[in-house]
Ligand binder design. Sequence first.
Ligand SMILES: [Fe+2]
Ligand SMILES: [Fe+2]
Length: 260
Amino acid sequence: MKIIFVGDIVGAGLDYLEMRLPELAAQHQPDFIIANAENLELSGAASFVVAGMSAASLARLWALGVDAVTGGNHSWDGAEGHAVHADLRVLRPLNYGTSAPGRGSTIIHKGGLRLGVVNLTSRDALPLADDPLAALDQQLDAWNDRTDAVLVDFHGASTEEKLTVAFASAGRISALVGTHTHVPTNDTHILPGGVAYVSDVGMTGRGGGILGYHPDKFVSAMRKRLYDDTPWRFAEGAVELGAVLITTAGRAAESIIRLT
Ligand SMILES: [Fe+2]
Ligand SMILES: [Fe+2]
């Protein structure tokens, strides 16, 4: 099985994917394409409403052949931040309670293959999150043998936490890919037990700023500390692609490489 996973798509990263993803898919023939979509939109001025997704931006991803999207701390941002979770292809962190809209896992059936996708988060991204490993264990127990492969998007900053969950799940999952920091890490490798791993896939959006956004907002917020009315805007550099290709043989992964 081949899976393309695209890291946090920020703003114009979506335009770029419309240009590049068809070519990458033709070249690599993935069975599944999964993307982290928590930063598709620029939704507002305050934290927790700054990013998020909309039905219109998600429709552009479905049109590209994306099978499901994952999220994180921005899963519920923006005017459509709750409504988008009516779509079963939209995942939000599994370990974020039951009252938050949406679901944290799904099994995608396609071409006779069954890919389980799980979205987890750490408390450094969402301070009220539950234990990610306990949530994953419970999900994998519930699925039993109903999947051929399992991909986990672990949304958070702690590489230690991501690796711990990946090691703990060896033999049960096929890949654990990190998102949230928007910074690509140089550690794509296969862990003992056949788990494809990368601490952070990196963002797909404009470089030359901070997390795909213009640095003005971050600098002024750090200087003022208190309420800051500097508007959020996207960075203005060249678009960076944060994406990996994972190949599995059965449940175990054989390779994980970065796409450029
Ligand atoms: Fe993000
Ligand atoms: Fe995030």
